[in-house]
Design a protein around this ligand. Structure first.
Ligand code: GDP
Length: 417
């Protein structure tokens, strides 16, 4: 065994070399088999004005006819006046892995004259799904928890080429703390490449300006270069400019592809040079589906849950709350830091004042010393001057020097010379 030992919550963990095969290297396979057997649940929400191609894109993404082709409503038809929430589920399977896919549609969003509260039914729906999950967690029997929480929200931006509309900003601001937002530029085939590029910049600038958090794929350390490059490539495409189509069309060089046919050529859905559809699918399904589920559970749901329980007066383990609530944690850290700074400043001021006082006292003392020395010197000079003057007068008048008029301390030596 290696002598390396680490201290872990009071108990010592010693690294040992195994003498033979034990079998726990198979753990990942066990987890893998079990989760494959159980299957996966994934719920994605689509939001955006009608006609932006939401149903088409979902069908294209999962390669199924999840949504029946919509007949456009005749102008005379009775239109709903509120945003409704509809969900469709489908069990799909790929290489033996089963996925229960639920798509939550929000027809009516952005379609009214007054769209002020369009976001509200959507927030309510997301929260009621959190509620349902919390209720299951609080049951005595928690064996079969069904996760119907929304794991991702595809937000369709109209391809105006300008910037985000107030309704887009309002929706994202209301939702970003509750769901993984993935912004999408709809029907990208209606814009030129340059227009797409500029529009993306403006959308990103708006998102940053309004402090909106969109889903960011985490970049882990210790990952191989290829994976890092791939992840960065995905991140660089946000907001994904997509084209949806379930139609197979013929390209000029005779290939059959999913795409949209125009007089000037064919836009291929699955061609990365034509649009970001492949990258969006990679983000949503191939690379980050589990990450989206985890982030929903560990961050979005957890924050909502803590707030809800605190609001209900449940005294939480505050340290746990802080762990999962980075905002509370930073606020507390900042407060601590500020008190520390203030204390340090006060101490420094005190020391400084003390030093100044000492210095002043010393200066005063040396000033006094100087002054008295100066006075002594002046006195003695004055005495010498008087003496000399006296002597001079005597010499001039020819009178001998009288001992009583001279300085008693100096007269003898002076007289004899
Ligand atoms: P939804 O109301 O948002 O679900 O939109 P639909 O998926 O029903 O699509 C509305 C119309 O837009 C249909 O006629 C689609 O064929 C068309 N459409 C869908 N996706 C695209 C796209 O990427 N580009 C273009 N040009 N048209 C699209």
């Amino acid at each position: 065994g290696s002598p390396l030992a680490s201290q872990n919550s009071g108990s010592t963990v010693v690294r040992k070399k195994l003498m033979g095969y034990v079998g726990f290297a198979n753990l990942p396979n066990q987890v893998h088999r079990k989760s494959v057997r159980k299957g996966f649940h994934f719920t994605t929400m689509v939001v955006g004005e009608s006609g932006l191609g939401k149903s088409t894109l979902i069908n294209t993404l999962f390669n199924t006819q999840l949504y029946p082709a919509k007949e456009p409503l005749p102008p005379s038809a009775e239109r709903p006046k509120t945003v409704s929430i509809e969900s469709i589920s489908a069990d799909i399977e790929e290489n033996g892995v089963r996925l229960r896919l639920t798509v939550v549609d929000t027809p009516g969003f952005g379609d009214f004259v007054n769209n002020d509260e369009s976001w509200k039914p959507i927030v309510d729906n997301i929260e009621s799904r959190f509620d349902a999950y919390l209720e299951q967690e609080n049951r005595v029997n928690r064996q079969k928890i069904v996760d119907n929480r929304v794991h991702a929200c595809l937000y369709f931006i109209q391809p105006t080429g300008h910037s985000l509309k107030p309704i887009d900003i309002e929706f994202m601001r209301r939702l970003h703390a509750k769901v993984n937002l993935i912004p999408i530029i709809a029907k990208a085939d209606t814009l030129t490449d340059d227009e797409v590029f500029n529009f993306k910049q403006r959308v990103l600038a708006d998102i940053a300006f309004h402090n909106i958090h969109i889903f960011q794929a985490p970049i882990y350390e210790n990952e191989d270069e290829e994976t890092v490059a791939e992840n960065e490539e995905i991140a660089s495409k946000i907001p994904f400019a997509v084209v949806g189509s379930n139609q197979e069309v013929q390209t000029a060089d005779g290939r059959t592809v999913r795409g949209r046919s125009y007089p000037w050529g064919v836009i291929e859905v699955d061609n990365e040079d034509h649009c970001d559809f492949v990258k969006l699918r990679q983000m949503l399904i191939r690379t980050y589906m589990e990450e989206l589920r985890e982030h929903t559970n560990n961050v979005l749901y957890e924050n909502w849950r803590s707030e809800k329980l605190l609001g209900m007066g449940v005294v939480q383990d505050i340290s746990v709350f802080k762990e999962i609530n980075p905002a509370a944690k930073t606020a507390e850290e900042r407060a601590l830091h500020e008190t520390k700074l203030a204390k340090m400043e006060a101490e420094m001021k005190m020391v400084f004042q003390q030093k100044v006082q000492e210095k002043e006292a010393k200066l005063k003392q040396s000033e006094e010393e100087l002054y008295s020395r100066h006075r002594d010197m002046k006195d003695s000079l004055e005495r010498q001057r008087l003496e000399l003057e006296d002597k001079k007068r005597r010499l001039e008048s020819g009178r001998p020097l009288t001992p009583e008029r001279t300085n008693p301390t100096k007269k003898k030596g002076f007289l004899r010379t």
